[in-house]
Design a protein around this ligand. Structure first.
Ligand SMILES: NC(=O)c1ccc[n+]([C@@H]2O[C@H](COP(=O)([O-])OP(=O)(O)OC[C@H]3O[C@@H](n4cnc5c(N)ncnc54)[C@H](O)[C@@H]3O)[C@@H](O)[C@H]2O)c1
Ligand SMILES: O=C(O)C(=O)C[C@@H](O)[C@H](O)[C@H](O)COP(=O)(O)O
Ligand SMILES: [Zn+2]
Length: 393
């Protein structure tokens, strides 16, 4: 069943005001992120970057009309493809676009790479009216976003995600930052983009392992706050894995809608609402650190982390075994890992203690009670955490 039959999507076209359109997906659709004077549109399409469409140019003019200088910070792997398309699509919008290529991989979310970017921005004559255009996956978005947030105390920036993970998650919501050797995303800021431009055609060159990794975050939305979306994924996971255009667009749109909704409710993770987006991440970040950055992909670690979290919830009596079974089946069908043979509880717990949800030295976990609903839970006995990790080895 198409998602539109059971879950009407309220989307707008080229506008950030809330207008309900017929449930069928348009070739280009816009999802607003409602954050008062920091609101911005997520524009989703397929092939709409093509220069002759003028779509990017017109969105740029609407939101960044006064900019004359752009700096495109681009992942080397997509510089000649997505990077070139974006430059062509913006031809005439800016007087000058400087290009800074960044090496691919999690290792680039580092203080050294950030310092190098600051210097390159300086050399490029960047000033406060310049705009940064981040083209790449979550690594580039997080890094370039943080460079934009900090250079001259803040530059406007645009997110052009080129991985599935970045399209459904990291390009939206304004979390930017870098890693420290001891922990993920430990230095960063909330800095919202002015525009998120998603062209699912950019996925055509994305390797399968990276694509599947993105599905970890997609499935997360179903578990944390959208049970109908979980059902849709259950029914369409094969088509999504085969990258059939319609279900891919639906998965991207529903994920962005979910993220935009949560971020609008709690932009800076102060009330606890936004923390639900961290489902599985207390475990996942420890897995990424202990495996060594880049060895386990983020979405893979999130998949295992969600399994650990669901087992913990079951052990605490918060959910029933059906939840764990359904989540397990969907992650498995998505070809995501469910276990990590090298998991070492004694190595993971100290890393988890640096999680950003820790308060007064106490760990807090995002735990499900049913598909489509999670809570932030404190006072979890460490023995139960150890059991959950060991159950996923
Ligand atoms: N800010 C947030 O809210 C947020 C949310 C989720 C994840 N993240 C972060 O995002 C990062 C992971 O992002 P990711 O999975 O996109 O990884 P990534 O940016 O490392 O990209 C994955 C790989 O795909 C390559 N690539 C990118 N686009 C391509 C394309 N179109 N064709 C071919 N190759 C392409 C890259 O060179 C890289 O090797 C992690 O650091 C994670 O912490 C941030
Ligand atoms: O946007 C959020 O909020 C998220 O938690 C999304 C996560 O998928 C993402 O991995 C995020 O970077 C994790 O945030 P952190 O604050 O735990 O570093
Ligand atoms: Zn994540």
């Amino acid at each position: 069943m198409p998602i539109s039959a059971s879950v009407p999507i309220h989307l707008t076209r080229c506008s950030i005001s809330a207008v309900t359109v017929p449930p069928r997906l348009e070739s280009q659709l816009t999802i607003p992120v409602d954050l008062g004077d920091r609101s911005y549109p997520i524009v989703i399409g397929s092939g709409h970057t093509a220069a002759e469409n003028d779509g990017l140019k017109s969105h740029f003019a609407q939101t960044l009309g006064d900019a004359s200088h752009g700096v495109m910070i681009v992942d080397k792997a997509v510089s000649q493809t997505a990077g070139t398309s974006i430059q062509a699509a913006l031809n005439g919008s800016l007087d000058r676009i400087d290009v800074i290529e960044v090496a691919s991989g999690e290792g680039s979310k580092s203080i050294d790479q950030l310092a190098s970017l600051w210097n390159q921005l300086l050399e490029a004559g960047t000033d406060r009216r310049s705009v940064v255009i981040a083209v790449g996956g979550g690594v580039i978005g997080d890094l370039a976003g943080f460079a934009a947030a900090t250079f001259t105390r803040g530059l406007r920036f645009v997110q052009v995600p080129t991985t599935l993970l970045a399209m459904v998650d990291s390009s939206v919501g304004g979390k930017t930052g870098i890693n420290l050797p001891g922990g993920k995303n430990l230095v960063g800021s909330f800095w919202q983009p002015h525009l998120v431009w998603i062209d699912t055609d950019f996925l055509n060159t994305l390797p399968d392992r990276e694509y599947i990794s993105g599905l970890g975050e997609v499935i997360k939305y179903g578990v944390i706050e959208d049970a109908d979306f979980f059902d849709y994924l259950d029914q369409n996971i094969e088509a999504i894995i085969q990258r059939q255009p319609e279900p891919v667009q639906q998965a991207v749109a529903k994920s962005c809608q979910s993220k935009a909704r949560v971020v609008a409710e709690d932009e800076r993770e102060t009330t606890g609402r936004r923390a639900i987006l961290n489902y599985g991440h207390t475990f996942a970040h420890a897995i990424e650190v202990n495996a060594g950055y880049g060895v386990m992909l983020h979405g893979e670690a999130v998949s295992i982390g969600m399994q650990m979290a669901a087992r913990l919830a079951l052990d605490l009596g918060l959910c029933d075994s059906q939840l764990l079974d359904r989540q397990t089946r969907l992650l498995e069908a998505a070809q995501l890992p469910l276990t990590w043979a090298d998991a070492d509880v004694d190595a993971m717990i100290p890393v988890m203690a640096r999680d950003k949800k820790v308060e007064h030295g106490k760990l807090r976990f995002v735990l499900p009670d049913r598909i489509g609903h999670v809570d932030l839970v404190g006072d979890v006995p460490v023995e139960k955490v150890r059991t959950a990790i060991n159950a996923c080895r």
